[in-house]
Every structure is written in C-alpha cells, then in structure tokens.
Design a binder for this molecule. Structure first.
Ligand code: MRU
Length: 343
C-alpha cells in the first residue's frame, strides 16, 4: 500500500506526487528545509497532507538541531515554523498544524521534552487526520445513493491527506457500505491532479472512474449522467465560502443550474472561523509555466500574458452540505460554520 507521507523516526518519507501516475518513487527527507521545499515544489500537496508535512518537518528540526541551550533551540524551532508558513498560502490546515506545533514548543522545557513532544504531536496530527477521514466517510456515505455517478475535482484522496481521503474518503466509505458508485474525475487543469492522482488512486481501489476534461463537466451534468458532486477544501471561511482547487466554483454554479447536490468534505482543521468570508482567503498564484507547458511541452506562444491562480472560492450559496468528521453542516448558507464550531 502506498503512503503520501510517513514518519520514520529520524526522517520523513513522501511519495513524489509530481511523478504519478508513471513512477512511484519515495523520497526520504532528514532536514526540515527539504520538507519545506517538498511542499513548495508539490512533491506533497493537498491541504491536510501539507499540514502533516509541516508538523513532521518541525519535529525533524528539533531532532537535527545543534542548539546549545533551550532558548536557542526554541528560537530555531520558531524559525522553522516560520519557514513552513511561507510554503503555500491558501490551505489553512498548514497554519493550523504549525500552530499546534508552536503550542507544543511553548509547553516543553527541556531538549528531550521538546524532541519527544514535537514528535508525538506530529504523529498525532497524522493519525487524527486518518481517523477524521474515516469518520467523515461514515457521516458522508449516506448522501451517496447506490448506483450514483459522483463527480469530483482535483484530488481529495489518500494522497492529499494522511490517508483515506476527504471527498474520496466519502466515496470509499459508500463503496465499503456496499453501494455501487461510479466516479467522474475532472482532469483539473493546469496541474492535472484529477487525471494523474484521483484516477490513479481510484483505479488502485477498483472503483470505476471515468476521466473527463474540466470543460466537459457541464455537458455531463446536463445530460443527467451525474447525480452528486463532492470535492475537498483548502479553507472554509466563517460564512461557509469555500476555497478549493481552481475550477471548483464553475462546477458548483453548474451543479446549481442542474439541481445536482454539491458537497464539500473537509476536516475541522480546514474550517477557518477567523476568516469572515471568501473574499479574505489568500489565493495562491503559481508559476505561469504550469499553464504554458504541458508535461514539458510548450503549448502557448512565447511571451503571452498568463494567469495561474491555484484556487477559487465557491460562495456558500452553492454548497448543499459540508461534511466533517464531527458531523454534517446541512444548508451552510444559513448559519455558516460558527454555530457548528460553537463559536
Ligand atoms: O494545489 P493542491 O494540489 O495542493 O490543491 C489541492 C486541493 O485543492 C484539494 O482539493 C484540497 O486540498 C483538499 S485535499 C483533501
């Protein structure tokens, strides 16, 4: 069985997602800087997975430090935490995990305690994510009916998380409950997470998956082929507006036009009550080369203006329900997430 990320004690192992589906290659990182670079360069991606990676990176920083005293070590660890905070801006899980590690740093008072507690916390963040995905799957499976064809966008699966997946976790759970589910995976231009990763994951599981390009989605919704849509999330604002992979918003609008339920599956670590609405969510802008080149081949004229926002925001009015490990927020447009979080 493959893993997106694994703690090895003195190193972190990651499956290089840039090379999938053609090559399954794992890297071992021993230094926190290499883990940060792995997040930046998309060796690992997906909101929960990059949070776990940052936590493990900070735990590694404690292990490899040559600091002479505890205050020097704490300073180094805060610098490492700061480095992780610069890797990718949109997924709030990254900052949530860094905050947990910072709290652990603050609560520890000796070298040994810091190393042990940071390692323990990183392992806990990983395990909790897997458990959350399984719970999310159980809460969400009831929204998928036997015989449904479910469309998804990007990759919100085992690769994007500690394991099992959020949106794909709900699909997996429905299948485990004995339902026959077919999946339509949107290829997800420009980085092709749907074509390269979601298709790969689901085929490995023996779940029937059909790959379509993003611009085919409306056609298949209109023709009645798709009964449900389920996606993951990178950040859900207080009012329920949801940032996810670029293209998600268009699918949500089309879903509304065709009366197709549109579900978001995400752990509570993706909920961001401190961001009032979608307009305040920072959207990562990535290299124009991701648009100008397809697998190394230039597909646009040299010098053309290009934009490459990696995420878009789906207004909450298009979201039928938000499925979390702690339960489901039905009709999130009414109250947002604050009531659900008890804030
Ligand atoms: O740029 P990526 O590949 O990190 O974007 C990933 C997504 O948008 C996922 O849908 C989201 O992180 C949820 S993953 C469970």
């Amino acid at each position: 069985m493959y893993h997106s990320i694994k703690w090895l004690g003195n190193a972190v192992s990651m499956l290089d997602q840039r090379l999938l589906p053609s090559k399954e290659i794992y890297h071992e990182y021993k230094h926190f800087n290499d883990v940060a670079e792995a997040i930046e360069t998309m060796v690992i991606r997906g909101a929960p997975a990059i949070g776990i990676a940052a936590a493990m990176g900070i735990a590694l920083a404690a292990k490899t430090s040559n600091a002479k005293n505890i205050s020097e070590l704490k300073e180094e660890l805060h610098a490492a935490a700061g480095r992780f905070a610069t890797t990718r801006p949109t997924a709030v899980n990254l900052f949530w995990a860094i905050d947990r590690m910072k709290k652990t740093i603050a609560a520890s008072n000796t070298f040994d305690e810091l190393r042990e507690q940071l390692e323990k916390e990183a392992i806990a963040i990983h395990q909790e994510d897997i458990d959350a995905n399984k719970a999310m799957g159980n809460h969400g499976a009831r929204y998928l009916a036997d015989g449904d064809t479910v469309m998804t966008h990007c990759n919100a699966g085992a690769l994007a998380t500690g394991g099992y997946g959020t949106a794909l976790g709900v699909i997996r759970a429905a299948v485990e409950h004995g339902k026959k589910i077919k999946v339509f995976a949107c290829e997800t231009r420009p980085y092709l997470q749907g074509a390269r990763l979601t298709a790969w994951e689901l085929m490995k599981d023996g779940i029937e998956v059909t790959l379509i390009t993003d611009n085919m989605a409306g056609h298949f919704m209109k023709s009645g082929m798709i009964q449900k849509i389920i996606v993951g999330a990178d950040r859900i604002a207080a009012n329920g507006d949801t940032a996810n992979k670029i293209g998600t918003y268009s699918h949500a609008v089309l879903a509304k036009a065709h009366s197709i339920p549109f579900y978001v599956a995400a752990p509570v670590s993706t909920l961001d009550p401190n961001t009032p609405d979608g307009s305040a969510i920072p959207i990562e802008e990535r290299s124009v080369d991701e648009v100008a080149y397809l697998q190394g081949v230039q597909i646009a004229p040299e010098g053309i203006f290009i934009r490459n926002p990696a995420f878009d925001v789906t207004p909450v009015k298009y979201i039928s329900a938000i499925i979390t490990e702690k339960g489901v927020i039905e009709n999130p447009a009414q109250y947002g997430i604050k009531g659900f979080l008890g804030k």
